[in-house]
Design a protein around this ligand. Sequence first.
Ligand code: ASP
Length: 317
Amino acid sequence: HFLYSQTEKEKWALVIHGGAGGAPKSMISERKAEYEKHLLEALQIGKKMLSDGASSLDVVQKVINYMEDCPLFNAGKGAVMNIDGIHELDAAIMDGSNLKAGAVAGVRDIKNPINAARLVMDSTPHVLLIGEGASAFAKSQKLEIVDNSYFSTIERTNQLNEIKVSKEDPDPRGTVGCVALDVKGNLAAATSTGGMSGKKWGRVGDVPIIGAGTYANNNTAAISGTGHGELWIRRVVAFDICALMEYKGFSLEKAANEVIFNKISPMGGSGGGIVAVDKEGNIAMVFNTGLMHRAWAKSSGEYGVGVLKNDEKIWKK
Ligand code: ASP
């Protein structure tokens, strides 16, 4: 029995998401292929690092950096804008080995918000820094500072203009997240976003709220969420999944399904999903929307990518 479980357990595992949302008609195969290509590139960074023995914390940060720099996703370059046409970014990272966490919210000029979140965790006694204070801290740490216009893309400007007219989000939002289990058995989670397109009054979403959009605990799982952040905050989604595992003995899959379909879905709103990995290397990718950009890899050699529901390409090395 012991030998069996030993061979079954993954040495490392990795899951990423690039946001969830409706599956618009405009999701033509070309655009899907573009998402898949960049998801697989981000995945490759994490696969390489984990198989070389890197810590899950370094892996989730580096994978998120790639996705923040990629204009396709709603994080860093390519982030959505608030109603005034300004980018305000949120990010968080959590270390499942000691429950340390760091986050920033509403930042306008930090090129890679996840790097600021990591430094909040590593170099301050705090968990969450906001706005100008977060920027002053990032500058003091010599992080790269950019003009707010750096984050802009023509697609996001068009999207904001459409929202102003139709009051609806016309495109999947594209928040990014990464969770990983490393060879030492440590779990980590990271999430980065521009938030919801057209948001108002300094709105902060679920992403930098520890336990809502981001959570990691070596005893249970690492979770990163994407979707209608207000619901994720009110349901404390990421923590709730871990709590169901810890207190009720649910498997990761069962806990994630319970929270997304039985708690989030009945609340209405535009929904979303989560990616997660548990301490055994089991993964979950659960969403109640038309699509969730996602990719995963395991030490056993399996890896894959998916965009629409029931639409996954899987490889075995
Ligand atoms: N959850 C993010 C937020 O509400 C948005 C998203 O995931 O698309 O800020």
